[in-house]
Design a protein around this ligand. Structure first.
Ligand SMILES: Nc1ncnc2c1ncn2[C@@H]1O[C@H](COP(=O)(O)OP(=O)(O)OP(=O)(O)O)[C@@H](O)[C@H]1O
Length: 347
């Protein structure tokens, strides 16, 4: 393993009783990159993170941290990592400054008052430093937890669902903080169900499902534009399976696949020499309507992370939030691809 890698895991296996949580997981995180760790609920993301940090022992497999095998058992290496757990503890009666000062003392951070000021500044909370955490929004609480995680100036941040429960403003703030940290030289591995955000922030993506890595790579290679083949995306009110059946053998359709609930990717055959309608979007809309479907939108296909996620996990859509999400936002990202007939391709 090289020193250019912050983390490498190979052939990780872990079972909890009869539940096989990890079944041979392996991937790398290079220094300085932001890696999005993605997968449905129960895929094994938290288990991998805990094993990487030495909080859990794998049944089999190996972990390298900064090129050192078994690095998680070494305090000097652990000190180079910051870990934000999925539901971090918060002490509501404390001010942000008191909370961070407490942890700075626990971690024996030199000059705690100065460092607390620095991390509050880094997460944009200086103005609220002396307010109690109970009065903080969810986003401000999450930023406080992130400030705690970076108190000891770690080089590598492992963040388990840092966007959990954040509204769009909170997510945008978190994204800005991630970028600043990367610019300051940090490496980030983070899990999230906010697919649209993940697509924007991550340099590379690692998909896990059922304890295995099912896809990995730079987002450009995982999310190629599919507009070049003339594919269209259609959203209908009815089931996508029924539309696939109806259009599958149609002479005007070269290819049709389901990419989500009520969502289809369709390649329409080129129009004849004197076509009555040349716009393939209009032709697809007409075809769907003639076959009894209610067309909600038709646009040029640009694969989104959500589409990729759904196709890789065989449309096993992640559950909606049922835990501590305050604003009730779904775990899935927003629909990114559809555009109305006549509009330009979705970006
Ligand atoms: N301590 C445990 N005891 C028993 N089963 C566990 C334990 N920890 C994890 N599991 C199981 O292992 C599997 C992987 O869990 P893990 O928390 O790693 O998934 P995840 O991808 O982080 O999920 P989520 O996105 O919901 O947080 C799940 O089936 C989970 O129920």
């Amino acid at each position: 393993m090289t020193w250019d890698l912050a983390l490498s895991v190979r052939e990780l296996e872990k079972s909890f009783g009869r539940k096989r949580a990890l079944d041979g997981v392996g991937f790398d995180v290079a220094r300085g990159e932001i890696v999005g760790f993605l997968g449905p609920n129960g895929a094994g993301k938290t288990t991998v993170m805990k094993i990487a940090l030495g909080l859990l022992r794998p049944d089999a497999g190996k972990v390298w941290l900064f090129g050192k095998e078994g690095g998680s058992s070494r305090r000097d290496i652990r000190m180079r990592i910051g870990y934000l757990q999925e539901k971090p503890p918060i002490y509501p009666e404390m001010t942000a400054r008191a909370y961070l000062t407490f942890f700075a003392q626990v971690y024996k951070v030199p000059d705690p008052a100065r460092r607390v000021g620095e991390v509050l500044d880094r997460v944009g909370l200086n103005h609220a430093a002396d307010r109690v955490l109970a009065g903080f929004s969810r986003g401000m609480q999450q930023r406080t937890c992130l400030a705690r995680v970076i108190l000891h100036a770690p080089e590598f941040l492992i963040l388990d669902e840092p966007m959990l429960g954040l509204d769009p403003v909170g997510i945008a703030e978190m994204r800005g903080i991630f970028r600043q940290m990367q610019e300051a030289g940090a490496t980030l591995l983070f899990s999230s169900h906010q697919l649209a955000e993940m697509e924007q922030i991550s340099d590379r993506l690692v998909f896990v499902s059922d304890g295995r890595v099912i896809a990995e790579g730079a987002k450009e290679s995982l999310l190629p534009s599919s507009t070049h083949d003339g594919a269209l995306m259609a959203e209908i009110a009815e089931s996508a399976e029924a539309a696939v059946r109806a259009l599958g053998d149609h002479a005007e359709v070269a290819d049709v696949t389901k990419v989500g609930v009520g969502r289809l990717r369709v390649v329409v055959n080129p129009a004849g020499s004197a076509p009555a309608i040349s716009d393939s979007r209009v032709r697809l809309s007409r075809l769907l309507t003639e076959n009894g479907f209610t067309v909600l939108s038709v646009g040029n296909a640009v694969l989104s992370l959500e589409d990729l996620f759904l196709s890789l996990t065989q449309t096993k859509k992640p559950e909606r939030a049922c835990d501590d999400r305050l604003d009730g936002e779904p775990k899935m990202g927003r629909n990114q691809w559809s555009s109305d007939i006549g509009a330009n391709a979705a970006s």
